[in-house]
Design a protein around this ligand. Sequence first.
Ligand code: KIV
Ligand code: ZN
Length: 501
Amino acid sequence: MKHLKIFDTTLRDGEQSPGCSMHINEKIELALQLEKLKVDIIEAGFAASSEGDFNSIATIAERIKDCTVASLSRALIADIDKSYQAIKKAVSPRIHIFLATSPLHMQYKLKMSEEDVLKRIEESVKYAKTKVSDVEFSAEDASRSDRAFLAKAFEAAIRSGATVINMPDTVGYCTPNEMYSLARFIKENVKGADKVDLSAHNHNDLGLGVANTLAMIEAGITQAECTVNGIGERAGNASLEEIVMAVNTRPYLYNAETRIKTKEIYKTCKLVSNIIGVNIHPTKPIVGANAFAHESGIHQHGVLAKKETYEILSPEAVGIPENKIVLGKHSGMHAFAEHLADMGYHEISGEKLQELFGEFKRLCDVKKSVSNKDIEALLTNKSLEKNLLYSLENFVINCKKGNAYAAVSIKCGGDAVKTVIQDGDGPIDSAFLAVDRIVGKSFVLTDYGVQSVTEGQDALGESYVRLGLEGGESVIGRGVSTDVIESGILAYIDAVNKLLA
Ligand code: KIV
Ligand code: ZN
């Protein structure tokens, strides 16, 4: 059975999509989670695109030990230099070069002839090879390229030292049959194709990203490029969790296996959803809230009689926490720490563990039962990498219809606590305005939402806000509490901390 490499591009192609931009600390946290998930390659960004991208790639390259770290580059010396500078400290660095090969892109976008494109591929791949041994070449819009020319382009890349050749369906235009046939064609007709990894990179414009990738795996490719939750340009990229679980469920069909720790899938999907502030749709395969729910009587009967009647994979296999009561108010810190380790959070210790334990105890006082889902939600509040300039000390809200007063106290920097009283249109409005006054800035709020973590009246509420400074980029803030107003204020302060960090 062949080893299928999983190339995760959530931090590059995923982050490129509108509304999905991530703060550097969030990128690092996600990269560390991708390493735990055991993807083979993390595409950490596009070094030449911005200083922020460069810095986060460089940090990720230094911290990741068990995955290849890649940076995207146009086929330009300056881009390749930037990529190299960003990834040079990685244990296993890769430069990923792309250049379009379709007539449409070459004529209208690049204004380059076929000869120019072939020459540029050779020059750029050869140059990248002087920097690192692992060089990927992607023929952008490969699926709409002339096949004979595409083969020449890949041969030029392989001759120049490329170790991976990637054939993207950049605009999500093709069908599984077409992508199968393209992969076979390249495998059988490109000189040297047997010496390199052949790779798929499919966008989802017609909802075929995963299907196209699976067809190419059947055709014999050895690397699948994908993103967590399928985020990415326009309708997104092929989703990592769907590809992995399709292969994992029927490895003999695909004659392939991955090294992914499937029990880390749910945690990774939830982390991405938290970072970008987009909830996982209930019917999303693998990780949606309904993915394992059996509503109809016939199905319930079947599952009770034998699970496999209607379940082809189990929630445990992808690490979905059981919604059962786990610990109570009499549990001690030791039991709590052990339970966290059972949930896969081995690294939580010291001050962070103490704080989390305190929050858990407070939750036990207000909630009848505390489940794994609640603990996961508390962890959302306690991201490892957060730098807390401001933290909520206390608040009181007094409101009647259409009018409210909030008294909010916030710990600023060291120990100084500032309190202001502020009116507003409602409890959330007055509380958010109070935070603005304490911080001394006027933030632009473009989105706010709240959802419950578990069922029941005493469920935790999880709030998110999208917040920015006038004319600047926006960030997502998250907060969790049994009190939805408090979760909103926590989310707002979380976003303020990110913006000002
Ligand atoms: O979709 C695409 O073609 C890409 C390339 C840069 C690999 O993202
Ligand atoms: Zn892409």
